[in-house]
Design a protein around this ligand. Structure first.
Ligand code: SAM
Ligand code: SF4
Ligand code: F3S
Length: 520
């Protein structure tokens, strides 16, 4: 299938614009009647490069004294799209807003600043944001003092920034994933100036520690352990939008986890695009993800999860550490993407079907009760019916219990974008439907196997449909509904599984709340 040619280049382009001034602080141009101050701009060529320079870690405060009152009397609203990485970035931005005196609102009519923290991984994620930006034009006309900002992964794409400059001139600021800590300064410029401000760093910056974080709930918390991705799977935009792999120092990660434990959080999820590459960039120590998990295993926090792990770097030491159990839960999300070695090769995943199956088997053998989930892309360029069948059979053979499934979405600038996207849309949709039916079947099968078992649940809240029913998650992240007392929310209970549904199990309580399950 021929791809439509796009109007917006992957390189930054301000043709049609008049340059008004240019100095050390950047360039100011006038385009379609709006002045645009470009401090820095996305550059696809730089995003691809992986330099050897060492990453510095900074500990100074991101909100200078003079900006601590910038938001007093003002409200902010952030819409978040995409993965947990973005959710967590939103928590950091919320922390920055609140340190400047802003308060949060859910009502866009009340907001003085609205930010879109965007995702670029698939085209439909981008379409949603452009749709929303279109709607905001009216609101901006009614309330010109409203600041409208776009940040996150889409901002790292020159084509997106070009399109906003050309078609959404009511946006006031665009910044990327590498300079979130600059938010206070960007807000200052946006509040006091009339120009659209563009500040998108093409090269990842250093690691900024001590950024304030406003976490949304008191039960579960995300903790970044590394940033970026160097894998360059041929379909994926993330290495361009998130820069090269940089690991946080273990002492900083451990201090954060200890602090969360002290604050009473019950579960943490360690975040990275490829957590198994943790530590590969350290030049002064041979400390890797297995070592980090081993150290976190000793911290008194009940549950520790991690996402996402690339099969390629999943080593025996990590398996050995995870087998210790305790607070390290036995749920492993191990994205496979395809069950065909041929397709995996074209995706540049750097493992074969056989290697994935061997790893899955080793994990299930060494880690008692390990539960595996995965990600799959259907309709990758050139995927034949037989190759798709390989994915279906792998799901069963690997013992997958659940999966996130996607139709391949061509991303401009990635190597797969230049491959012939020859699987017709109807075929992709049919494959997705068949795969989803299989995922439902495998999930139900797993849930049926749980019937009669006594399992530990972290109680999260009342179920959506019935207030006497509580909902929670097992260590393996399965959703559980059971009758219980609201007082138990935030605590651990033991339940016996009584019935299986496709996406959850029903259970009854066998013993009331415990402080924590952690046994060391
Ligand atoms: N780093 C993780 C890994 O390698 O498994 C994945 C992170 S990515 C943000 C989440 C998922 O999005 C991927 O596992 C993949 O299944 C899916 N994905 C990424 N690029 C895609 C594309 N161009 N089209 C469809 N799905 C895509
Ligand atoms: Fe994308 Fe591959 Fe990196 Fe995951 S490992 S973020 S799929 S390039
Ligand atoms: Fe999307 Fe960026 Fe995450 S592209 S999936 S928000 S890393």
């Amino acid at each position: 299938m021929a791809k439509e040619s796009k109007d917006f280049s992957k390189y930054f382009d301000f043709s049609g614009a008049k340059v008004i001034s240019e100095d050390q602080s950047g360039k100011t141009i006038r385009l379609n009647g709006r002045d645009i101050h470009i401090v820095s701009e996305p550059d696809y060529r730089q995003e691809k490069q992986r330099g050897k320079e060492e990453i510095q870690v900074h500990y100074e405060n991101a909100v200078p004294e003079e900006l601590k009152h910038l938001g007093v009397g003002k409200k902010y609203l952030i819409y978040t799209y995409g993965c947990q990485m973005n959710e967590h970035d939103t928590e950091v931005m919320r922390g920055l807003f609140e340190e400047m005196g802003y308060v949060s609102t859910e009502d866009r009519m009340q907001a003085d600043v609205i930010l879109y923290n965007t995702c670029a991984v698939r085209e439909n994620a981008e379409d949603k944001v452009f749709g929303e930006l279109g709607h905001m034009k009216v609101l901006k006309q009614q309330r010109p003092e409203l600041i409208l900002g776009v940040c996150g992964c889409m901002s790292q794409e020159a084509s997106v920034v070009n399109r906003i400059m050309q078609k959404h001139a009511h946006v006031d600021m665009i910044f990327g994933t590498h300079n979130i800590h600059r938010l206070p300064h960007l807000l200052q410029e946006a509040h006091y100036g009339k120009e659209m401000v563009i500040d998108v760093w093409s090269k990842e910056g250093d690691i900024i520690e001590n950024l304030p974080k406003k976490r949304t709930e008191g039960l579960r918390a995300w903790v970044n352990i590394m940033y970026g991705c160097d894998k360059f799977c041929t379909y994926c935009i993330v290495p361009y939008t998130r820069g090269k792999e940089r690991s946080r120092l273990p002492e900083d990660v451990i201090a954060e986890v200890r602090e969360l434990a002290r604050q009473g959080f019950k579960e943490i999820t360690l975040l990275g695009q490829n957590v198994n590459a943790y530590g590969k960039d350290f030049t002064d120590r041979g400390y890797r993800f297995g070592d980090l998990m081993n150290d976190i295993h000793k911290i008194d926090i009940p549950r520790v999860r991690f996402t996402t792990s690339h099969p390629r770097d999943f080593d025996d030491h990590l398996i050995e550490v995870l087998a210790k159990g305790g607070n390290l839960v036995e749920h492993i999300h191990l994205p496979v993407q395809s069950g065909s070695t041929e397709v995996l090769k074209r995706m540049s995943r750097k493992y074969t079907r056989e290697r994935y199956l061997e790893l899955a088997e080793r994990i299930r053998k060494e880690i008692p009760n390990a539960v595996l989930t995965t990600d799959v892309i259907v309709g990758f360029p050139g995927e034949t019916e037989e190759q798709f069948e390989d994915t279906m059979s792998l799901m069963r053979e690997a013992g997958i219990t659940s999966a996130y499934t996607y139709i391949y979405s061509p991303r401009e600038g990635t190597p797969a974008y230049d491959m012939t996207d020859d699987v017709p849309l109807e075929v992709k949709q049919k494959r997705l439907a068949r795969l989803n039916a299989l995922v439902g079947e495998l999930s139900l099968k797993h849930h049926n196997e749980l019937i009669g078992q006594v399992i530990e649940v972290l109680v999260e809240g009342e179920s959506k449909n019935k207030s006497t029913v509580l909902s929670g998650r097992s260590r393996s992240n399965k959703l559980i509904h059971f009758e219980g007392d609201k007082e138990w929310i935030g605590k651990f209970v033991q339940v016996k599984v009584t019935a299986a549904q496709t996406w959850y199990v029903k259970a009854e309580v066998v013993s009331e709340p415990m402080a924590a399950s952690f046994a060391g």
